[in-house]
Write a protein that binds this ligand. Sequence first.
Ligand code: DGT
Ligand code: CA
Length: 578
Amino acid sequence: MKNQEVANFFKRIADMLEIKGENPFRIRAYQKAAQNIENLAEDIVLIAERNELDTLPGIGKDLSQKITEIITTGTLQKYEELKKEIPEGLMEIITIPGLGPRTAKALFDELRVENIDQLEKLAQAHRLQGLPGIKAKTEENILKGIALYRQKLARMMLSTMLALSREITGELKKLKEVKKMCVAGSVRRYRETIKDIDILIISPQPEKVMDFFAHLPFVETVQAKGRTKSSIRARGGIQVDLRVVEPDCFGAALCYFTGSKAHNIRLRELAVTKGLKINEYGIFRGEKKIGGKDEQEIYASAGLPFIPPELREDRGEIEAALEGKLPHLVERRDIRGDFHVHSLYSDGAATLEEIARKAEAMGLEWVAICDHSQSLKIAGGLSIAKLEEKIAEIKKFNRKNKKVKLVCGTEVDISNDGGLDYPDELLGKLDVVIAAIHSGFKQDEKTLTSRIIKAMHNHRVHCIAHPTGRLIGERDAYAFNLDMVLDEAARTNTALEINAYPQRLDLNDIYSRAAKDKGVKLTIGTDAHSLDQMEYLELGLSVARRGWLGKTDILNCLSYNDLITVLKRKRNELTERM
Ligand code: DGT
Ligand code: CA
């Protein structure tokens, strides 16, 4: 997929134009185009091949020519020219938190600052003060920003940040002065990675709340402590911002600080067309405040129904809301089972009984036990004999147990030539087969695509596990043609997994939505290797919701009996067709 690469070119051009102080509208056009390309589910190369680039939102004739140029030449003349004008170090300087292109330009024009080391020395010697827009405080912030940059404070995984935000809100809830509290920002939207935690509170005694907050056990440093806003760094250097707001503007503040910024901008624009102004303090007609207590009001003032936080990314939700076509998103209570759990049979830590008991405690009706297959020896892959034993044990278990059913499955390895790691006859004895790639990540696109497609052509395979193979912050998706895989998944009625393991979240939100749009069903599998990890279901659910999925898109929403019927039907239909 070239999408990210193309988007990065446009982002860098936008930054360069800003450093040069060029027309803000042009800069915005590049930024918007980059964002739209990042949000595309389809490979931009395919869109280019169909000559349809200029049908993309925000992409006119000029930008579509530029995209073609990047795809065909690997670079862009315009970018290469700008690069000659702007020192490389300046491009690095603008990635320092809190230091934008405009300040970078002033630093370069006035002091010839070209890299971070120079900047740091000048700031330490207080030589920056007095430049346009730079006060003592700015200098201090620049030094802090550099320190942060050096720490390479990466974005954290959703699971880590959810856990920390729950720990913090759990503490804050103990305070009787806290009347209402909500986590906002990207945590509330369940983005897959998070920069910092934003919390909003209503309290008649903000000072008490701030004092309490600054002294919580996991606070490492207090960066700022005011009457209504404080920032701390918790363990691991994670920033947490706490704001106390007035009850009559809680909804407005919650909406503003939930974001995303792009969504908020669209919302405000809509309000303007109705003669209203929306900001974090409320809804205003002229000077008069006419609302802001809850979020519903904010959306209503823009002529919209409430939009769930997971959709607020400016990926078409505003348009859908205007047309009354917002999806009815899947909810936790719709989920009846987990599609992918490892037991003691392979590398999991729990017995079948323990897994079933945990599932029952979570309110689930069934769990698919999908252990590794024989060649994956490092992960305790089951020999044929062991798998036969497991089939027998699960049959016995299900005869005795009425509350929770075990679905007997495997996560079968797709070999380098697209074959499967168990004989067909054995796969045919299982309730469910999910197939996965665990080797050959470096193969070329054609090979990897055909491996996956060949696996889907086997009518015993119901689902492809963690289809792209990416690991957040560690490994990109392997090279394969997602569009071809989606088409073939639809044709062969093969489901694709939303793997809920924190580092995977694979398929991600964008691809899950693309799958749904092509009529492909999805499954949520926690890939749990211990009982606690079965709680990752929440993460998978959040991806599904961010992917606009409803309960009919997800096989986990079927009852045990319906699931077994659907799994059998896939096999029969495909056998007839192929
Ligand atoms: P992140 O990067 O994972 O922390 O993502 P967010 O979305 O939590 O971003 P953050 O913490 O910078 O800001 C929280 C929300 O506040 C953001 O989603 C929208 C709002 N916000 C922040 N800065 C601006 C701004 O300059 N303009 C507007 N309209 N909204 C902003
Ligand atoms: Ca945030």
